[in-house]
Write a protein that binds this ligand. Structure first.
Ligand code: NAG
Ligand code: NAG
Ligand code: NAG
Ligand code: NAG
Ligand code: NAG
Length: 342
């Protein structure tokens, strides 16, 4: 009996020992499990941090490279001569799908031109962040103005586009450009965002003492718009597709004006379509004998009035819904948002 009891106690004790050991093993397994999970999450966090660091470094590298690029551009392309005339390049623009394409191309052109100040006057009621980003990146010194056409003038073909924003740029030149000009001679040129420019044009424009004119290519109807200059240097007339009662039938891209002549006048652009240039030039009040004919006496074309075909306004709802299951989990949502005009 006693032996039996002793055997039972022994068995019980043995069982307890085994259970305890199992428990211990389980606990330690569980502990190491937690440790593994801990380690995993730690590794994940470290990975995240490392990724963040890499992004930060590449962002900084990109910013540094951009800074170096701009510094190199300035070294290469800014004259040290304070008497080199500065050019104020006035670009009226407005939001549309091809706007950034046109403005990017113009930025890439102007990056190769020293001693300029770019006045971008957008027909929009607030600052367009995408255009601001482009101008910041571009590195060309600039002033960014907003001048929205009042709604009553916005529709139809009676009123010329780009009148209010060009006039806003003229007002800025009269009011504030002295801070940038100082005593330096300067010239104003109206450069639309969709033209193509040979950078040698700007070297020509810089010579303008009072008012200069030169040919513009890709004009519908007449091929080219130009003053007709006699061999003896006098103005015989104009070759342009649109005469009517204009005294100066020339394209917006076909003339440059010394800033002093603008400061000496109250000349502005008027709203009537087709008469913008003529009205402005008449108001400047110069004599035909004072016109300087650039581009080798108007024998070369350094600017073309090309037009960018209108692009599809936005990615339509129809296109979006046809792509639907894909959009949320892909680059498309962000891409379409970036492409939207406003
Ligand atoms: C920089 O400016 C000079 C002087 O006007 C010009 O000849 C040259 O084409 C410009 N561009 C570059 C890339 O140097
Ligand atoms: C140049 O030629 C035109 C046309 O023959 C003439 O009217 C004008 O007086 C001449 N000008 C000069 C400065 O000789
Ligand atoms: C432009 O024409 C004038 C005469 O009208 C001449 O003296 C001058 O050399 C010409 N310039 C060029 C670059 O052809
Ligand atoms: C502007 O007016 C001043 C003073 O009348 C004159 O000396 C100057 O030549 C004018 N500038 C131009 C480009 O017409
Ligand atoms: C590079 C980039 O921004 N990729 C994104 C594309 O879209 C998916 C889903 O919206 C994002 O998770 C990616 O980060």
């Amino acid at each position: 009996m006693i032996r039996k009891k002793a055997a039972l106690v022994f068995l019980a004790l043995f069982g307890i020992v085994i259970i305890t050991q199992n428990l211990r093993a389980e606990v330690s397994e569980a502990r190491s499990g937690t440790r593994m999970a801990d380690m995993e999450s730690k590794t994940r966090n470290e990975e995240k941090l490392a990724l963040k660091r890499i992004h930060e470094i590449s962002r900084r590298n990109a910013a540094r490279k951009n800074k170096e690029r701009l510094a190199a551009f300035r070294r290469r392309n800014s004259s040290d001569h304070e008497d080199t005339p500065l050019i104020f390049i006035v670009t009226p623009t407005y939001p549309r799908p091809a706007q950034l394409a046109d403005m990017t191309r113009l930025c890439n052109t102007l990056m190769n031109v020293p001693d300029i100040h770019w006045i971008v006057a957008e027909d929009f009621d607030k600052e367009n962040p995408r255009l601001r980003e482009l101008l910041d990146f571009c590195g060309v010194p600039f002033t960014f103005l907003n001048a929205r056409t009042p709604w009553i003038f916005r529709y139809g073909k009676v009123f010329g586009r780009g009148v209010f924003n060009r006039n806003a740029a003229l007002a800025w030149i009269r009011r504030e450009s002295a801070a940038i000009r100082g005593d330096r001679p300067s010239v104003v040129y109206f450069a639309d965002d969709d033209n193509a420019y040979d950078i040698r044009l700007f070297g020509e424009i810089r010579k303008t003492k009072k008012i200069s004119m030169f040919p513009v290519g890709c004009i519908s109807g007449t091929g080219v718009s130009t003053p007709i200059v006699h061999r003896n240097g006098s103005l015989l007339g104009f070759h342009d597709n649109f005469y009517k009662e204009r005294i100066y039938p020339i394209d917006m891209a076909g003339f440059a004006v010394n800033t002093d002549l603008i400061l000496n006048s109250t000349a502005e652009f008027e709203r009537k379509t087709g008469y913008l240039e003529d009205h402005f030039l008449r108001d400047l009040q110069f004599h035909n004998g004072e016109i300087e004919f650039l581009a080798d006496n108007c024998t070369r074309i350094l600017v073309w009035h090309v037009r960018t075909e209108p692009a599809d306004p936005i990615v339509s709802e129809k296109v979006i819904s046809s792509l639907q299951p894909l959009i949320e989990d892909s680059n498309l949502s962000e891409l379409f948002e970036n492409y939207a005009v406003n």
